[in-house]
Design a protein around this ligand. Structure first.
Ligand SMILES: NC(=O)c1ccc[n+]([C@@H]2O[C@H](COP(=O)([O-])OP(=O)(O)OC[C@H]3O[C@@H](n4cnc5c(N)ncnc54)[C@H](OP(=O)(O)O)[C@@H]3O)[C@@H](O)[C@H]2O)c1
Length: 214
């Protein structure tokens, strides 16, 4: 499990990629144009690799999907679903629409009674998708520097895959709230809308969620 393939080249891919390397993993980041990842590779040393989406899917014993939500299915197709068969894929993506936010509230291309995670799980039934890391900004995704541990909400259909993701979240300094099967993506994906509102309205992006229990 120490080899992580990351389908994506953006802020989340780079933050998670560097975080995995810091925690002792070997990582391949990927892009349709991997030359854009030269700087990341140089900064992150010998355990940092770059390649195509397909290369990353093949490389990872566990894979992270970190692409624009509307391109998630296309990115999996490009990576080759056969290269991800029965693998755990951490889905960090949010179904953000291209339409502009309304009073600081992002627009989604999914309805309330569906989620991007469920769409992906239905389209690619032989991949074990687990939703995680979608409800916090990339600056706080690994080793979040808060006085108390923030909570990462996760869900997914495969219990063994979920256990792998829980171990990573614990290593990365997160409290975990397991919200059950993929259908819970309907509740977890909108947390990104909530997380972004203080940023959109007041320029505040320095928070994370914590679940309190009596
Ligand atoms: N930014 C954050 O702080 C944050 C935090 C939590 C979750 N998220 C979610 O995590 C995901 C990644 O976010 P991000 O900000 O790192 O990056 P992003 O700008 O949302 O996405 C960039 C990635 O999407 C890929 N992409 C775009 N259009 C594509 C297409 N038509 N076909 C295939 N791939 C395409 C790009 O591939 P190329 O490299 O080939 O161009 C690139 O790897 C998003 O779904 C976002 O909602 C973001």
């Amino acid at each position: 499990m120490k080899k992580i393939g990351i389908i994506g080249s953006g802020a989340v891919a780079q933050a998670l990629g560097s975080g995995f390397i810091k925690h002792g993993y070997e990582v391949m980041l990927s892009s349709r144009d991997s030359s854009k990842l030269m700087v990341w590779k140089e900064k992150n040393g010998v355990k940092a690799h770059t390649g195509s989406f397909e290369d990353a899917a093949k490389f990872g014993k566990l894979v992270v999907l970190a692409v624009k939500g509307s391109a998630a299915a296309d990115a999996i197709e490009e990576a080759g679903p056969q290269n991800l068969q029965w693998k755990t894929v951490i889905d960090t993506c949010n179904p953000i629409a291209d339409a502009p936010p309304e009073d600081g509230v992002l627009k989604y291309f999914t309805a309330h009674d569906e989620s991007l995670l469920e769409r992906l799980q239905t389209q690619f039934p032989e991949i074990h998708f687990i939703k995680a890391f979608n409800s916090v900004g990339n600056a706080y995704i690994v080793d979040p520097p808060f006085a108390e541990k923030p909570t990462m909400f996760i869900c997914g259909n495969n219990d063994a895959a979920k256990e792998q993701v829980k171990a990573i979240l614990t290593e990365f300094g997160w409290d975990i709230a397991d919200m059950g099967k993929a259908v819970a993506g309907r509740a977890i994906e909108p947390l990104c809308m909530l997380w972004c509102i203080p940023g959109m309205l007041k320029g505040e992006w320095n928070h994370a969620f914590r679940m309190m229990k009596a």
